[in-house]
Write a protein that binds this ligand. Structure first.
Ligand code: HEC
Ligand code: HEC
Length: 258
């Protein structure tokens, strides 16, 4: 079994000998710990952090009046000061209406139409991402704290299944790279746990801010699996599981990654 997995990973370009146990098992760590010094410095300095552009754009949208003459700031305060950062760090949360997990971006997209009367925003569109980046940035430094018990438990379980489901020509699954081999080299990159505490993130390789679900699709593509529609039910479950897996990490939004 292990031999088979090893062979597959080699096929995907893993260049270092593999062992069954990972040095990081049990602990969670942010992708930040694997960054080059210069990339860390870029993330840490708001003047150099290219993701701050999305925060600025989001702040502007937050105080822009919608169709019904209200803005987000009308209800949530100038600069979102009435939004509770600890609450932001709990997303995805159980939606009171649907009793299903809702991602932060989906909640913001709903507010955009329901509270401002605007035309719908597309999931992961520039405006939706900018607003999410702005709101998540309000919670920077807060500890990720997703509910995992009670009504959320079965959804976490479904997300975990998706994280471990094999797909694509290489028959790969997220956990084969991110749970079993963090710290090891894959092509030019060092594998992290695939944590989401920095999202939305400025990705240098893309020269722009991308959301969690776009990043997941990039990983899907790298193992030649079908891209999934962002904003879908399945992606909400995956994002839920991944955020919960990062419980205890500090929010870094906007992180900078290669
Ligand atoms: C007319 C008032 C109003 C406007 C305008 C409005 N919201 Fe809200 N928003 C609310 C209320 C009320 C809640 C529910 C708070 C709760 O559940 O305790 C909420 C909840 C939220 C939440 C979730 C917070 C939580 O407790 O889970 C976010 C994030 C949010 N709004 C962002 C926005 C954004 C971004 C905009 C602009 C696109 C916006 N809101 C516009 C009233 C408003
Ligand atoms: C073939 C190995 C491989 C597989 C399989 C894979 N990834 Fe990744 N993933 C990477 C590499 C390489 C990176 C960039 C370096 C890093 O952070 O691990 C990455 C990065 C990420 C990141 C960004 C981490 C950060 O700190 O910004 C997330 C989130 C992620 N992956 C999620 C997933 C999900 C979800 C799946 C399953 C759909 C998946 N990955 C499957 C190799 C993989």
């Amino acid at each position: 079994m292990m031999k088979l997995k090893t062979a597959m990973l080699m096929g995907a370009g893993l260049s270092v000998a593999l062992s069954c146990t990972s040095a990081f098992s049990g602990e969670v760590f942010s992708g930040y710990t694997l960054l080059k010094q210069e990339t860390r410095e870029m993330q840490d300095d708001d003047f150099m952090n290219l993701g701050m552009e999305a925060v600025t754009k989001g702040a502007k949208l937050f105080s822009t009046k919608g169709k019904n003459e209200k803005s987000c700031a009308t209800c949530h305060g100038e600069g979102g000061k009435k939004l509770d950062p600890k609450r932001i760090a709990q997303y995805p949360v159980l939606d009171a209406k649907t009793q299903r997990p809702i991602t932060l971006q989906q909640r913001i997209i709903n507010e955009w139409t329901e509270q401002l009367g605007n035309a719908p925003l597309k999931y992961e569109s520039g405006d939706a991402l900018a607003l999410e980046t702005f709101v998540r940035n309000l919670a920077r430094g807060q500890v990720v704290n997703v509910q995992t018990d009670g009504a959320m438990a079965p959804f976490i379980e479904q997300g975990k299944k998706l994280f471990e489901a094999r797909s694509g020509h290489l028959n790969m699954a997220c956990n084969l790279c991110h749970d079993h081999h963090p710290g090891q080299k894959l092509r030019a990159q060092t594998l992290s746990q695939g944590q989401t505490n920095g999202f939305p993130t400025y990705r240098l390789a893309n020269s722009k801010v991308i959301g969690t679900q776009t990043r997941i699709n990039q990983c899907f593509k790298s193992v030649r699996a079908e891209k999934q529609p962002v904003g879908s039910e399945a992606f909400a479950l995956l994002e839920l599981y991944m955020n919960a897996h990062g419980n205890g990490l500090k929010i870094e939004t906007p992180a900078v990654r290669f």
